[in-house]
Design a protein around this ligand. Structure first.
Ligand code: UPG
Ligand code: 3PG
Length: 327
């Protein structure tokens, strides 16, 4: 391991137990805190996550000022379940409608900036099982207590859980097979970020609003690389949140996610002057399935779009005061 990475790990890694809610309440002062859950078809899990945050971090310890679920074109009862559990529900496509509609998780997170009021924003995936509010307090700890930290990533053990089958360390397949090798190849000083794709992280609005957001599943890698480029390694901290269990996607779906991650890495290598000008990579991903007449190829487009820094969007300030998407 590079000595710079070992040094960063020592200085910038803590655990959720280091940040009890009462300690953070003392550090909060008048800092406003928003928790955002992007959610597409998460009726099975979103309610319990919202309820746990509301009970522990709004009612018992008044640390969190708003819990916002961004309903990302759900076809199930995600919005109703989230609202019943005490979240404000924002319809993704109703936020900044004049900016049009892009898609995927990155779009949900970008729109959330215009629909929340916090100085600190904590993102939590809505498909988590075994969620605890310590995820939120853990991510807030370094931000509330150290002004030089701008961005905090969660890290955790990731089992693969399917029915009764549980493989310890078997989760995070795209992380291990795509993201980590890419990061170690091109951004070796970020090698200590244990879960670069993890959906649980927090940042200062002042930082997030001046960064572009990649749409789809490129958003986590894009933000990590852009925070690093903008503010340097020491602006990033990580917190051990214990264990993360979530709904797994199929290998085929993860192939598309991997394509988006690779294109995001390529875009940052190019933008940050790390590559000779090359022909842009193709965005078609073909997979093969055996059909009655032999193998058939099916092609998906894994192109990612990009949203500009929110601070440059004309309707941003007005949207934050009007909160147009709230339902
Ligand atoms: O169009 C979408 C797709 C997903 N989501 C939500 O985003 C979260 C994560 O999506 P999911 O499909 O569960 O992603 P994972 O397979 O778990 O992918 C992992 O890796 C991705 C790539 O870095 C990250 O975006 C995820 O947060 C991380 O959990 C969930 O709450 C989804 O409901 C949306 O809001 N809109
Ligand atoms: O973060 C990842 O690597 C992907 O979301 C895949 O995770 P999984 O292997 O736990 O489904």
């Amino acid at each position: 391991m590079l000595p710079e990475v070992a040094s960063w790990l020592r200085r910038r890694t803590s655990t959720a137990e280091d940040w009890p809610p009462r300690l953070l309440l003392g550090a909060k002062g008048d800092t406003r805190i928003s928790v955002v859950l992007p959610a597409r078809d998460e009726e099975a899990t979103v309610g319990a996550i919202v309820a746990a945050i509301r009970t522990e971090l709004v009612e018992r310890t008044p640390l969190v000022d708003e819990i916002v679920v961004v309903d990302s074109r759900s076809r199930d009862r995600t919005a109703a379940v989230a609202a019943a559990a005490g979240a404000e529900v924002v319809v993704q496509d109703a936020v900044l409608p004049e900016e049009g509609r892009m898609s995927g998780k990155g779009e949900a997170l970008w729109k959330s900036l215009a629909a929340t009021s916090g100085d600190l924003i904590v993102f939590v995936d809505a498909d988590l099982r075994e969620f605890t509010p310590a995820y939120v307090t853990g991510l807030l700890g370094p931000l509330l207590t150290d002004p030089s930290v701008g961005y905090v990533k969660g890290c955790y053990d990731r089992p693969f859980v399917e029915g009764d089958r549980r493989v310890e360390g078997g989760g995070g397949r795209v992380t291990e097979l795509v993201a980590r090798p890419l990061i170690n190849l091109h951004w070796p000083l970020l090698a200590g970020v244990m879960q670069p794709l993890g959906g649980e992280y927090a940042g200062r609005r002042a930082l997030l609003e001046r960064l572009p957001f990649v749409t789809g599943y490129g958003v986590e890698l894009g933000l990590l690389l852009d925070v690093y480029h903008d503010s340097g390694l020491d602006a990033i901290a990580q917190v051990d949140l214990g264990r993360r269990v979530h709904a797994h996607q199929s290998t085929e779906a993860l192939g598309e996610m991997s394509g988006q991650i690779m294109l995001t890495a390529w875009s940052r290598l190019e933008r940050h002057g790390r590559m000779m000008p090359l022909e842009a990579p193709a965005t078609a991903l073909t997979r093969f399935h055996r059909g009655p007449d032999g193998y058939e190829g099916r092609t998906a487009d894994v192109a990612v779009g990009e949203r500009p820094p929110m601070a440059e969007v004309p309707g941003y300030a007005a949207a934050r005061s009007f909160s147009p998407g709230r339902g």
